[in-house]
Design a protein around this ligand. Structure first.
Ligand code: DX5
Ligand code: ZN
Length: 236
C-alpha cells in the first residue's frame, strides 16, 4: 500500500491476433504488470484463456505476469499456472474455505511466486483474515468478475481503504490492486484510498493510443495520491 502506482493492463481487451505486438507496446509504454484474466465458465459465466497463452506470454515479455484466476477449483489449477511462468497468482476468496486459502498461498510461495487473494464486490474484507498477514497483494474487484468493459461500482474505493486499514492493523503491507472500470475518472478515487496497482482493460487496451492512456491514468492517480497525502500531512 502506498507504493508508486503501477498500471496492469488486462490483455482480455487486447487484440488476440496480435497479442505479442500489443504486449510489447504495453511494456514500452510503461505498464507495470501484464494482467491475465483466466475464466473457466463456472466460477464466472465467461471463458477466456489458460496455460498455453500464459506460456507464450512468458516468452514474449519480461514484465511480471499477474494471473487472476477466476476458476472454481484453484487448488487443482494452481500448479499449471505456476509452472507456466506466473509471477503473481490471485485466487478468489469465494472459491476456497480458510484452509484452502492457506494452502493456495503456501503453494504459490513454495513455487517462488507472489500470492494474492481477490474479493468480489459483495465479499467483505474480513474474508481475507485467515491469510492477510501472508499475502503479497490483495485484489479488490470493482465490478462483478466475468467481463471487461463494465462500469466501476461507485464506492468501491471505500473497500480499498478498509483493506488498507485492516492490513495496517495487522502490521502487514500487501500491495492493493483494483480491477474493473478503472480509467482516468476512477483511478484517482482508488489511488487516493491506497491502491497501488490499477488493472485497466478497456481504458488502455481498447484505447486508440494505449501508451497515452497509461500515461494519463498514471498521472491522474499520482496527482490524487499526492493530494491525499498532502491533506493528511496538513492535518498532522
Ligand atoms: C473482469 C476482469 C478484469 C477486466 C477489466 O472480470 O477481471 O480484469 O478485464 O476490464 P475493464 O478495465 O475494461 O473493466
Ligand atoms: Zn482481472
Amino acid at each position: 500500500m502506498f507504493e508508486p502506482v503501477k498500471i496492469a493492463p488486462s490483455i482480455l481487451s487486447a487484440d488476440f491476433m496480435n497479442l505479442g505486438r500489443d504486449v510489447a507496446l504495453l511494456e514500452e509504454a510503461g505498464a507495470g504488470f501484464v494482467h491475465v484474466d483466466v475464466m473457466d465458465g463456472h466460477f464466472v459465466p465467461n471463458l477466456t484463456m489458460g496455460v498455453p497463452v500464459l506460456k507464450q506470454l512468458r516468452r514474449a515479455t519480461s514484465l511480471p505476469l499477474d494471473v487472476h484466476l477466476m476458476v472454481e477449483n484453484p487448488l487443482e489449477q494452481l500448479p499449471w499456472f505456476l509452472d507456466a511462468g506466473a509471477d503473481i497468482v490471485t485466487v478468489h476468496a469465494e472459491a476456497l474455505d480458510a484452509e484452502g486459502l492457506a494452502r493456495a498461498v503456501s503453494s504459490i510461495h513454495e513455487a517462488g511466486a507472489k500470492a494474492a487473494v481477490s474479493l468480489k464486490p459483495a465479499t467483505p474484507p474480513s474474508a481475507l483474515a485467515p491469510v492477510l498477514a501472508d499475502l503479497d497483494m490483495v485484489l479488490v474487484m470493482s465490478v462483478e468478475p466475468g467481463f471487461s468493459g463494465q462500469s466501476y461500482i461507485e464506492g468501491s474505493e471505500g473497500k480499498v481503504a478498509r483493506v488498507v486499514q485492516m492490513a495496517r492493523e495487522l502490521g502487514a503491507a500487501p500491495l492493493v490492486e483494483v480491477d474493473g472500470g478503472i480509467g482516468t475518472r476512477t483511478a484517482p478515487l482508488v489511488a487516493a484510498a491506497g491502491a497501488d496497482v490499477l488493472v485497466c482493460g478497456n481504458a488502455v487496451c481498447a484505447a486508440p493510443d494505449p501508451a497515452r492512456a497509461i500515461a494519463d491514468i498514471l498521472a491522474a492517480a499520482e496527482a490524487a495520491r499526492r493530494g491525499a497525502l498532502e491533506e493528511l500531512v496538513g492535518k498532522a
